[in-house]
Design a protein around this ligand. Structure first.
Ligand SMILES: [Zn+2]
Length: 485
């Protein structure tokens, strides 16, 4: 059940989309007359079970009949009160009461919102028809809205744009490959015990991707960089417990790098996990309603390792060993509280900096904590500090939110460390560390004590003290997670 039916469904939609490219061109004229419970397509009169009306100078038509008239596929998502119309690869959605029309993933303001009257949804005819490239005229005399089809089917335009990407004046590297747009991306969705599973199959490695959540309405967004949507349908209705539909858009295209955006419209707050296959061609995603403790995956990063010992104390204590021991203790505490935890290294091995944050990104972790001990030439230097990355400068909204949350996590962690360790407060500090900058979730780097300070090295050598650090870090993480729910 998981994959097969849904694949069939996707192919059905594909067939539907590509089988009807001429759908729009058959229409010569659609006419809605205010207060009339019917509309006309060319010369044919079609009945409606409700009448068109005018409000705020806009003509409203019952959603079902507007969709039928335009030959668009119409889907109503009850839980998020959203109407989606699909025609010729153009996906238009509106939420009840919202003056925003979303066309292929791009939000645009409109002057009126869809309205509910007598338990029926009415859409403003003009912005919808125009979104699909139709021309709309208002004939005052007969109180008629006349809708004329696009001069060219919208799909031709899309294909032309694709062709233009390969024009000789476009010199970006990826255009040298003669890509087959039919087979860039596949999407399979299924449901098991309320758990939505999605598999994204790319026909070239997914070098980079980003997953984040947006609210009002709740959505889970996946951006695939340097990947084109190919012939994925713009919307797939799934009606699962957690996910109502998946929308696909070509979020950014030439001359900018290609970004394919998948939007999972959520029926309720949801958590997710993602796994990228070793060849980076398959991205598996699980979306689910969090059970206590299950929502958050914490990734702990014991600094240094292998041939990189980190700082070494006067008595010979190596930072890499202390970091790993503390991280394992934090993991044990969190695991005992049913919080899923992963380490970027389990043993004394070298891990690249980018690989560390990359692991957290690929796991879809909700918290990343890198564990270090501080060092300074001045052996008197001592105390506790926690670092986070902060660089507000024209960043995307989700990155600004991430940086603010990183600061919160840093503050809570520092407070717990001070309470439990009683060392000098060196404060929460900003730093441009690669592991913090490249993580896509709230991320901090803990410098619990100075291994270069003889007194603190002595403390770090003792098990009870490392356990205290672990308790403080774990408490900081759980405090943070609790405030986020
Ligand atoms: Zn270090």
């Amino acid at each position: 059940m998981y994959a097969k039916i849904k694949i069939l469904f996707i192919f059905f939609i594909l067939f539907f989309i590509f089988a009807l490219p001429a759908g729009a061109s058959e229409i010569q004229q659609i006419t809605f007359i205010v207060s009339q419970p019917n509309y006309q397509v060319n010369d044919q009169v079609k009945p409606m079970d409700a009448a068109t009306f005018i409000e705020n100078n806009r003509t409203y038509v019952p959603v079902r009949f507007l969709g039928d008239a335009l030959k668009a596929k119409t889907v109503w998502s009850q839980n998020i009160k959203m109407v989606t119309l699909l025609l010729n690869n153009i996906n238009v959605s509106l939420n009840m009461g919202s003056k925003i029309i979303t066309i292929n993933g791009q939000a645009n303001p409109i002057d009126v919102a869809p309205v509910l009257k007598n338990n029926r949804t009415y859409l403003p005819a003009r912005p919808i028809a125009e979104a699909f490239g139709f021309k709309v005229k208002w004939e005052k005399e007969g109180k008629k809205v006349v809708v004329l089809p696009p001069e060219k089917p919208a799909e031709t335009k899309v294909l032309n744009e694709t062709t233009n990407n390969n024009s000789p004046d476009n010199k970006t590297d990826h255009n040298k490959e003669n890509k087959n747009e039919e087979t860039t991306l596949e999407l399979k969705t299924g449901e098991e015990n309320g758990l939505t599973k999605a598999t994204i199959i790319a026909f070239q490695p997914i070098k980079d991707y980003k997953i984040f959540k947006l609210t009002a309405p709740d959505r889970l967004i996946i951006d695939l960089f340097d990947i084109r949507p190919g012939n994925l349908p713009p919307a797939v209705m799934v009606n699962f417990e957690v996910v109502s539909q998946v929308r696909v858009g070509w979020f950014s295209k030439s001359p900018d790098p290609d970004v394919t955006r998948l939007v999972f419209d959520l029926n309720k707050k949801a958590a997710y996990r993602s796994y990228l296959s070793e060849d980076k061609k398959i991205l598996d995603l699980e979306i689910f309603t969090p059970k206590p403790g299950e929502e958050n995956l914490v990734v702990l990063d014991p600094g240094h390792g292998g041939n990189d010992p980190g700082a070494v104390g006067q008595a010979g204590l190596k930072e890499k060993d202390v970091n790993l021991d503390v991280a394992k203790r934090v993991k044990e505490i969190l695991t005992s509280q049913n919080i899923k935890t992963e380490l970027t290294r389990e043993g004394d091995n070298y891990v690249d900096l980018y690989e560390r944050s990359g692991m957290a990104n690929n796991y879809g972790a909700s918290v990343f904590v890198s564990i270090h001990m501080n060092a300074h030439e001045n052996r008197d230097a001592n105390g506790t500090s926690v670092f986070y990355y902060c660089y507000f400068n024209g960043q995307k909204e989700e990155e600004i939110v991430r940086q603010e949350k990183s600061k919160e996590l840093a503050n809570i962690t520092q407070q717990n460390l001070l309470n439990l360790l009683g060392l000098r407060d060196r404060g929460v500090q900003q730093a441009n560390f690669a592991v913090l900058r490249t993580a896509s979730m709230p991320a901090v780097l803990v410098e619990a004590a100075f291994i270069s300070n003889y007194t603190e090295e002595n403390l770090l050598a003792q098990e009870y003290f490392r356990q205290k650090i672990a308790q403080a870090v774990a408490q900081g993480i759980t405090d943070f997670i609790t405030t986020q729910l």
